[in-house]
Write a protein that binds this ligand. Structure first.
Ligand code: VAH
Length: 319
C-alpha cells in the first residue's frame, strides 16, 4: 500500500499515476495540502494531508496499513528564497518526523527526492561527482543536503530503508510550471504552442542538468524496485540525463514552430542557476542499479509538442 505526499506537485502528478499503474490504484493514497487536488486523483484514493501534522500522517499510515511512502511534499528553490524559514520547516521537519515514525512503524521502504541543488558554486561545474563538495546557497539546497544526511543516518542507525535521487530539473507537460528555477523549461512549451513570445528568466547560455519526466519516473520505480543490498548510496544518488541551455531548448522548439520568439529577462533565479552544476556524473546509479536515460532534448521536444495541446484542458482544471 503506497502513500504519496505532495501528490499534486510536478513530480507527484506523474509518479502517482505510475505507482497506480504498477501497484493498482486501489493500493495508492494520493495526498496533498490542497483539497482541490482531489479532482486530479479520482483514479485512486485521495486525502487532504498536512505533512507537518505528524499525528495525521501516523494515523493515515496505520489506518490504511501503508507499507511504502513517497514523500514529495516540499518548497522548491525559487519559492524557498521568498519564504526561507517556512521552506526549511516544511522540507526538514516533515522528513524527520517520517523517518522517526519509520523507526516504530515497520515501513517497507521510503522514497525522498533530493536535487542537484545540494551542490553549490564551488562544486565542479561538469561531471560533478557523487561526493563533490556540497555548499548549497539556497534554502532548498540546504534543506535537501540536510535531509540526505538524515536519510543516511536513519538507514545506518535504525535500518530504515529510505532511498533518494538527486533529480536534475524535471520537464513534463502534465503539470503547470511551479516554483522551480528550472521551470522555465516547462513554461517555454506552453508559450510556444500558444505562439506567444517567451520571456525567459535565465540568460541564453545558462546550462543546467535536466531530465524528461518519463525518465525521472523510470529512475524512481527502478531505484525502489531494486534489492536493498544493491542500494549502496543511502544519502542520495546523482541522476543525470540531458543538459541544455535556454537557447538550445528554444532552438529545438523553433525547428518545429518557426514563428516562436524568445527574449531573455534574467531575474533572481539566474544567480540560483549559476550556483548549480551544468552536468553531473551519475556513474554510481548506473553501476548500482542499472540506470540509463532514454530521452534526449529532441525526443523531449517532439513528445511535448505532440501531447501538450490536447492535454491543456486537464491542466487548467488543476488551477
Ligand atoms: C528547482 N526543479 O528548480 C527544482 C530542482 C534542480 C532543480 O530541484 O528547484
Amino acid at each position: 500500500k503506497i502513500l504519496v505526499t505532495g501528490a499534486g506537485g510536478q513530480l507527484g502528478t506523474e509518479l502517482t499515476q505510475a505507482l497506480a499503474d504498477k501497484h493498482g490504484a486501489e493500493n495508492v493514497w494520493a495526498t496533498d495540502i490542497n483539497p482541490e487536488m482531489r479532482e486530479k486523483f479520482e483514479y485512486c484514493h485521495f486525502r487532504t494531508l498536512d505533512v507537518l501534522d505528524g499525528e495525521a500522517v501516523r494515523k493515515l499510515i496505520e489506518n490504511e496499513a501503508i507499507t511504502q511512502v513517497y514523500h514529495l511534499a516540499a518548497v522548491l528553490s525559487a519559492s524557498g528564497e521568498n519564504n526561507p524559514l517556512f521552506a526549511w520547516r516544511l522540507n526538514m521537519e516533515s522528513l524527520l518526523s517520517l523517518l522517526e515514525l519509520a523507526k516504530s512503524i515497520k515501513l517497507d521502504r521510503i522514497f525522498w527526492p533530493s536535487s542537484i541543488a545540494v551542490f553549490g558554486p564551488n562544486a565542479p561545474k561538469t561531471h560533478t561527482s557523487q561526493f563533490a563538495v556540497k555548499e548549497p546557497t539556497t534554502v532548498y539546497g540546504i534543506s535537501k543536503l540536510a535531509g540526505e544526511r538524515w536519510c543516511e543516518y536513519y538507514h545506518k542507525k535504525h535500518r530504515v530503508d529510505v532511498r533518494s535521487l538527486r533529480y536534475p530539473g524535471l520537464v513534463g507537460y502534465k503539470s503547470l510550471p511551479g516554483g522551480g528555477t528550472t521551470d522555465y523549461a516547462v513554461d517555454i512549451y506552453h508559450k510556444a504552442i500558444n505562439n506567444q513570445n517567451f520571456g525567459c528568466f535565465l540568460k541564453p547560455d545558462t546550462r543546467l542538468p535536466m531530465m524528461y519526466m518519463p525518465d525521472a519516473i523510470k529512475a524512481t520505480l527502478r531505484l525502489m524496485d531494486s534489492p536493498s543490498e544493491n542500494i549502496k548510496i543511502r544519502s542520495s544518488y546523482n541522476l543525470a540525463a540531458i543538459s541544455f541551455t535556454p537557447e538550445e531548448i528554444y532552438e529545438s522548439i523553433k525547428a518545429h514552430l518557426p514563428d516562436f520568439s524568445i527574449e531573455y529577462k534574467p531575474d533572481y533565479r539566474q544567480q540560483i542557476a549559476e550556483g548549480w552544476p551544468q552536468c553531473i556524473d551519475d556513474s554510481a546509479a548506473r553501476k548500482d542499479w542499472g540506470w540509463h536515460h532514454d530521452y534526449d532534448l529532441e525526443d523531449m521536444t517532439q513528445d511535448i509538442l505532440a501531447n501538450l495541446p490536447e492535454y491543456i484542458p486537464y491542466l487548467h482544471k488543476q488551477q
